[in-house]
Write a protein of this length. Structure first.
Length: 484
């Protein structure tokens, strides 16, 4: 049985208390994970604090950047190890993890190392009454120990999206990965040691939320800032914990993202993009689409094409070359998604395709499998049109005017992402400007430049990360005024 340890002060630390990690494929136990208690979390935070004044603090920016490039290179050297760990934890198709999770996880270290090395700060010449003047310039310093609380859907990618800029800015981190996906965060500890990252700079504690590592970490007053990706309810609890000590937070939380498809769109591109945005990673993508609004002249044709595309997906094990959709992350999440499938029917949905559990052979029948599902016929007030399902499903409804669809798209407590499909660029600009979301794609989906701002509005998040925007969270900006 594989043993997964905490990583504290450069050492792998086991505990007497463990929990099981089960495979999404067949519910078999694939690892025992050491659960960090208060003692281990205290040790991780203390080691991170000590590292702030150790060798890490004495490195020049260029030296830190070189080390982080080394981390990226070592992840790529051990690509197959990270790929196997990520696929075992999540059950996602190997083709997806090979294309997205691992290369982007590695790239985050290089991108943010280069950003920090090349971004200037402010300088102002200031007039004074005596005519001599003054110079004002800004400097950046690390915010300190950063708690990184990660989700399970893109474990390595979204963890390094935060760890990369945090370390590039000179901070130290304590990572709490999801209990569902513990492996790649721990494996990264081996990389840190191999590259020569000083002890205490990168730490990992495993466990759950309340009464476990998550609560102990986010309430710890030795933590200077907290960055989180996950559901809105958990984010709200973390914000309450951060209020004690007035510690800054960066939050990317839930979404109920719309796609708006106008009749003048490139039809094939809109179908391809919408299929990806609904069903990629079994719908377990924070930026994924769950509400699709289609202009009435092409509504029936669009629904038929989406049905055909969903039914062409191949559900199977990650290693099969033809697999395009894997299981959900866990039995618990499967039950949640199936409860929404049932609720949609109870509320009067027309099930275009799916709505149940696929037939799987052998022990795969015990896995967290659900069918890709499409509904029509519900009002915008139905549960599956308002609440985040986080599964491979969407509701498609027609619209008749631009004003109508903008109003309906914005009628949500969330505001993370949206997609607009139209060949009229004037309309694309116009509608995008009015959508209440942190990211809006026009004629694409999940096209990400890591230099651009990333984050949500409303209950989808607080703050922005990406490029120079990450520096605003991971550093303290200080103004120095010199009287001449």
């Amino acid at each position: 049985m594989k043993q997964i340890s905490n990583f504290i002060n450069g050492e792998f630390v086991s505990t007497a208390k463990t929990f099981e990690k089960r495979s999404p494929l067949n519910d078999a136990v694939i690892a025992q994970v050491a659960e960090a208690g208060k003692v281990e979390v205290d040790a991780a935070v203390e080691s991170a604090r000590a590292a702030l004044s150790g060798p890490w603090a004495k490195l020049a920016i260029a030296e830190r950047a070189d080390l982080l490039h080394g981390v990226a290179n070592e992840i790529n050297r051990r690509f197959d190890d990270f790929l196997a760990a990520e696929v075992a934890d999540t059950g996602k198709p190997m083709s997806l993890a090979r294309h997205l999770d691992i290369p982007r996880g590695a790239a985050n270290f290089k991108v943010f190392a280069d950003v920090v090395k090349n971004v200037p700060t402010e300088f102002f010449e200031t007039a004074t009454p005596d005519g001599r003047g003054a110079h004002n310039y800004a400097t950046r310093s690390p915010v300190g120990v950063v708690a990184v609380v990660c989700p399970w859907n893109l474990p390595l990618l979204l963890m390094t999206w935060k760890v990369g800029p945090a370390l590039a800015c000179g901070n130290t981190v304590v990572v709490k990965p999801s209990e569902e996906t513990p492996q790649t965060a721990t494996l990264l500890g081996e990389v840190m040691n191999a590259v020569g990252i000083p002890k205490g700079v990168y730490n990992v504690v495993h466990g759950f939320g309340p009464g476990s590592a998550g609560e102990y970490l986010t309430t710890h007053q030795g933590v200077n800032a907290i960055t989180f990706t996950g559901e809105t309810r958990t984010g709200a609890a973390i914000m309450k914990a951060a209020a004690d000590g007035a510690r800054p937070v960066s939050m990317e939380m839930g979404g109920k993202n719309p796609a708006i498809v106008f009749a003048d769109c490139d039809f094939e591109a809109a179908i391809e993009g919408t299929l990806r945005s609904v069903f990629a990673n079994s719908g377990q993508v924070c930026l994924g689409t769950e509400r699709v609004y289609v202009e009435r002249p092409i509504f029936d044709r669009f629904v038929a094409a989406m049905k055909q595309g969903a039914e062409a997906l191949t559900i199977g094990v990650p290693t099969a070359s033809d697999t395009t959709m894997g299981p959900l992350i866990s039995q618990e999440h499967k039950n949640k998604v199936l409860s929404y499938y049932k609720k949609a029917v109870e509320e009067g949905a027309t099930v275009i395709t799916g709505g149940g559990i696929p037939a799987m052979a052998g022990d795969l029948a015990y896995g967290a499998w659900v069918q890709p599902t499409i509904w029509t016929g519900l009002s915008d007030h139905a549960a599956v049109c308002r609440e985040e399902v986080f599964g491979p499903c969407c509701h498609i409804s027609p619209f008749d005017s631009e004003e109508e669809v903008i109003r309906r798209a914005n009628d949500t407590q969330y505001g993370l992402a949206a997609s607009i499909w139209t060949s009229n660029l004037q309309r694309g600009h116009r509608v995008a400007a009015r959508i209440e979301a942190g990211l809006v794609w026009v004629n694409s989906w999940f096209l990400r430049d890591l230099r651009t701002p990333f984050g949500g509005t409303k209950q989808s998040g607080i703050g922005r990360e990406g490029g120079v925007h990450s520096l605003e969270f991971y550093t303290e900006l200080k103004n120095i005024c010199i009287k001449l």
